[in-house]
Ligand binder design. Structure first.
Ligand code: AMP
Ligand code: MG
Length: 342
């Protein structure tokens, strides 16, 4: 691994991409691990370094609208409006793919996800590479996405990659992924661009796997939804309901666990002040996820990663409300908790 500060000369990273290797770069959502999207062998390296399943397609990143034309066969009226309104920014649109894109980028689907990031370092970098960049999130497959540089350096220390440090990710959750079919926008993966914002452009629906566990062998629209993801090694439980219910449920659970084993190490990730919960015990650790959804979104992956460093026995996470940006956070939390919801 080689580290570059964003003020350093990025030529070495650009040469890396041109020679078919991978570079980790910042975007406004999360860090991406990128390679030339038109070079099949380079794309293979991403799958290998991440340990990514062969049927989880990659998003292709572009830096200007001219790059879109060679990658897709068609852009419909609604997609044009979405591009006008939300690009550059955290929205990935699924288009019918052009042959120029190797099949390993899209895992043999006839569609491709494309995004134009707003982060200046990312856009400059893509422009100078003179090619579209296929880039999934910078993390080993299954782990929380990389949003803090130290987490990324830790995880990719042994790999043949260059890392461009752009500071902490601004948003902290991956892009909203959508598909437009017969005049309707379908949200396949929720992100910073919300249902309400998309609804202003065209009728919008939320794919049911956004908030529900896919059934075994169910075909999912967004392949990424079926994989174990974001989960720490430690068991996490998501506690849902009204604020008072959450507090009551947590209190009961914690007391029960302590009765079973008085030395059990418990962590509570909370959003609101939970006054009744502050059981003053050495083996319970309380961690605030943030004052609002924006802050939680920024910090959540780093917090989830930190859990495995401390290795408690169990973690209780206070759920967020399923509205606005909260839906995107909820979507990540149910999966971090492997659908353990009380
Ligand atoms: P990541 O790059 O790790 O943020 O994950 C990319 C996400 O986009 C995954 O959930 C993929 O399933 C989804 N995705 C990428 N390409 C497509 C596509 N052609 N059709 C549907 N979903 C896609
Ligand atoms: Mg990912």
């Amino acid at each position: 691994m080689k580290y570059l500060d964003s003020n350093d000369d990025l030529n070495i990273a650009i040469e890396y991409i041109k020679s078919g290797k991978t570079v980790i770069f910042p975007t406004e959502t999360v860090y991406g691990i990128g390679a030339n999207a038109l070079d099949r062998n380079a794309v293979d390296k991403i799958f290998k370094i991440k340990g990514r399943p062969q049927d989880n397609p990659l998003i292709v990143h572009i830096s200007n609208i001219d790059m879109l034309k060679e990658l897709v066969t068609e852009v419909n009226e609604i997609e044009k409006k979405l591009i006008d309104r939300f690009w550059p920014g955290p929205l990935t649109i699924i288009f019918p793919k052009n042959e120029i894109i190797p099949n390993n980028v899209t895992c043999n689907l006839d569609t491709v996800g494309i995004r134009m990031p707003s982060n200046e370092i990312a856009r400059n970098f893509i422009t100078k590479c003179e090619c579209p960049i296929a880039a999934p999130s910078a993390n080993k497959s299954g782990k929380p996405s990389g949003t803090f540089i130290d987490d990324i350096l830790d995880e990719f220390m042994e790999e043949d990659v260059i890392v461009i440090d752009g500071g902490e990710s601004e948003i902290g959750l991956e892009s909203t992924v959508i598909k437009v079919t017969e005049g309707t926008i379908e949200i396949l993966r929720p992100g910073y661009i919300t249902y309400d914002e998309l609804s202003k452009i065209a009728p919008t629906i939320m794919n049911k796997n956004v908030t529900e566990k896919p059934k075994q062998d169910e075909k999912v629209e967004s392949p990424g939804m079926k994989f174990r993801h974001y989960a720490p090694n430690v068991k996490c439980v998501l506690v849902v309901g009204e604020k008072q219910d959450i507090e009551k449920k947590m209190l009961n659970e914690i007391q029960e666990k302590i009765e079973e084993n008085k030395d059990i190490k418990i962590e509570v990730l909370y959003k609101y002040n939970l006054p009744n919960l502050k059981l003053e015990k050495e083996n319970i650790k309380y961690i605030c996820m943030g004052k609002d959804d924006e802050e939680i979104s920024k910090k959540i992956y780093h917090l989830l990663r930190d859990i495995d460093k401390r290795k408690p026995d169990i973690v209780y996470i206070e759920s967020v409300e399923k509205k606005g940006l909260g839906i995107a956070i909820y979507n990540r939390l149910i999966r971090a908790c492997e659908y353990n919801i009380i």
